[in-house]
Design a protein around this ligand. Structure first.
Ligand code: SAH
Length: 374
C-alpha cells in the first residue's frame, strides 16, 4: 500500500521494481497523474490490465474535496480543501499578467507560535502527506482551467491586462512550517520540479521557513528549490518575541545556515528574506541599521510584507510612508528590496490570514457553479 499520487519518481521506480515491472513505468505514471491530470488507473491505456488493477488495489490516497472556492475582485482565488479526516487546509492562487503564484500549505495548522500569524492561533494538528501537498497543485491547475473559462474571470484585469490562469510559481507559504515536515514536503517539491510532472523552474518553487537552521543547511541535498527565511527582525531580543523559535535558532545560527545554503549552490543563488512590517515593533531606524549590518554582504533579496490584520492579533501594520522609508534605506545600501503587494485580503487569503477555518459547513460547495465571486 502506497500513496502513488504523492510519490516522486525514485520512489515509484522502486515500487515498480518490487512489482517486477520496468522502472520506466514510473515516468509513465507520473505523466499520467501530474501532466495529463488523469488519476483513474483504469484509463491508463499504456499499462497492462493486470497492472492497472494492481495500481488501483495499492493506492490508498483519497483526493481532497473542494469545500469552498472564493475568488476576490483582483482574481486571487482561495480554496478550502477538506482532507480524508475532515481537516481543512487552504491554498491560494495569486495571478498577475504573465505569471501565477500558488501558495500551498504543508501542515494542518502550525506547531510554531509566531505572534503575528493567524495560523498560529489554530495550533498544530498534523503534517500533510506528500500526496496532500502535491494535490493542492493538481487540484488548483484543474480548477483554474475551469475558472478561466468563465466570463467573470475573463473580465478581470491586473494592471489593465488580462490575468494569467497558469501556475508558474509555487511558494510553500501557506499554513504550516515546511521544514518541520521535510519527509513529506520533499517528494512533493521534487514532483513540482520534475519535467515529467509539473516542470517548474527551481527558482520558481520557494520553501519558506521560520528558521529551522539544520534543515536550511541540508536543503540543497534534498532538492533544488529556492529558500525564503521569515526574518522579521535582525535583533534577537525582538525576534525572540515575534518568532519564539528564535530562542532555539538565533539570528547568528540562522545566518550560518543561510551561508551553508549559498555555498552548497556555489554562490549561484540568493535567499529571500521576508520581513513583516509591524508598527512600532520592527520598523524604525534601529531595525534598518541592524538589517543592513546583518545582510550587507549576503546574496539577499528582502521582501517587506505589510502586516495583514486578523482578529485577536495584537499588531498593526506600519504606515506606507514608514515602509517606503525602510525600503529606501536598504536600497541605498544596494540591498534589493521589494514591498509585497497585499492581495486576497478581502477574502482572508493574504499572508498570515490562512487558518483553515470553515464558517459554514452546511453550505458545501464543490463544482464550478458553486464558486463565489467576491
Ligand atoms: N512557516 C513558514 C511559512 C508560512 S508563513 C514561514 O514562517 O516562513 C508565510 C509568510 O507569511 C511568512 O513570512 C510569515 O511570517 C508571513 N506572515 C504570517 N502572518 C502574517 C501576517 N499577519 N501579515 C503578513 N505576513 C504574515
Amino acid at each position: 500500500m502506497i500513496d502513488l499520487f504523492g510519490a516522486d519518481r525514485p520512489t515509484l521506480e522502486n515500487y515498480f521494481l518490487e512489482l517486477e515491472d520496468k522502472p520506466f513505468r514510473a515516468v509513465q505514471l507520473v505523466k499520467w497523474i501530474h501532466q495529463r491530470g488523469e488519476y483513474d488507473f483504469a484509463k491508463m491505456s499504456d499499462f497492462p490490465k493486470t497492472l492497472r488493477t494492481q495500481l488501483s488495489n495499492d493506492e490508498i490516497f483519497q483526493l481532497p474535496q473542494i469545500e469552498k472556492v472564493v475568488i476576490d475582485y483582483d482574481g486571487v482565488v482561495k480554496w478550502l480543501f477538506r482532507l480524508h479526516d475532515d481537516n481543512i487546509i487552504e491554498t491560494v492562487f495569486i495571478p498577475e499578467n504573465n505569471r501565477g503564484t500558488l501558495c500551498i500549505s504543508s501542515q494542518v495548522g502550525c506547531y510554531l507560535d509566531c505572534r503575528f500569524c493567524a495560523t498560529a492561533l489554530q495550533g498544530f494538528n498534523r503534517n500533510l502527506a506528500s500526496a496532500e501537498i502535491i494535490a493542492q497543485v493538481w487540484l488548483a491547475r484543474q480548477q483554474l482551467s475551469e475558472i478561466s473559462a468563465t466570463e467573470e474571470w475573463k473580465n478581470k484585469r491586473w494592471n489593465d491586462l488580462p490575468l494569467s490562469s497558469k501556475v508558474t510559481n509555487v511558494v510553500l507559504m501557506g499554513m504550516g512550517e515546511p521544514l518541520l515536515n521535510v519527509k513529506q514536503v520533499m517528494p512533493a517539491v521534487r514532483l513540482m520540479l520534475d519535467d515529467n510532472a509539473y516542470g517548474l523552474s527551481k527558482r520558481k518553487v520557494t520553501i519558506s521557513t521560520a528558521g529551522i537552521a539544520p534543515m536550511m543547511s541540508s536543503l540543497p541535498q534534498e532538492c533544488e528549490a529556492s529558500l525564503a527565511l521569515s526574518l522579521h527582525s535582525a535583533i534577537d531580543s525582538v525576534r525572540d518575541i515575534l518568532v519564539p523559535l528564535n530562542k532555539k535558532y538565533d539570528i547568528k545560527t540562522l545566518m550560518s545556515a543561510c551561508w551553508d545554503y549559498i555555498k552548497a549552490h556555489n554562490h549561484r543563488r540568493h535567499i529571500l528574506f521576508e520581513y513583516v512590517m509591524l508598527k512600532g515593533v520592527n520598523d524604525d531606524d534601529k531595525h534598518v541599521r541592524a538589517l543592513i549590518r546583518l545582510l550587507g554582504d549576503f546574496p539577499a533579496k528582502i521582501n517587506l510584507i505589510p502586516f495583514n490584520p486578523y482578529p485577536k492579533l495584537p499588531y498593526q501594520c506600519s504606515s506606507m510612508k514608514t515602509i517606503h522609508r525602510f525600503q529606501d534605506q536598504l536600497k541605498k545600501r544596494d540591498i534589493n528590496t521589494t514591498i509585497r503587494k497585499t492581495r486576497g485580503n478581502q477574502i482572508q487569503a493574504a499572508c498570515g490570514q490562512l487558518s483553515g477555518e470553515v464558517q459554514d459547513r452546511t453550505n458545501r460547495l464543490t463544482r464550478l457553479k458553486t464558486i463565489e465571486f467576491a
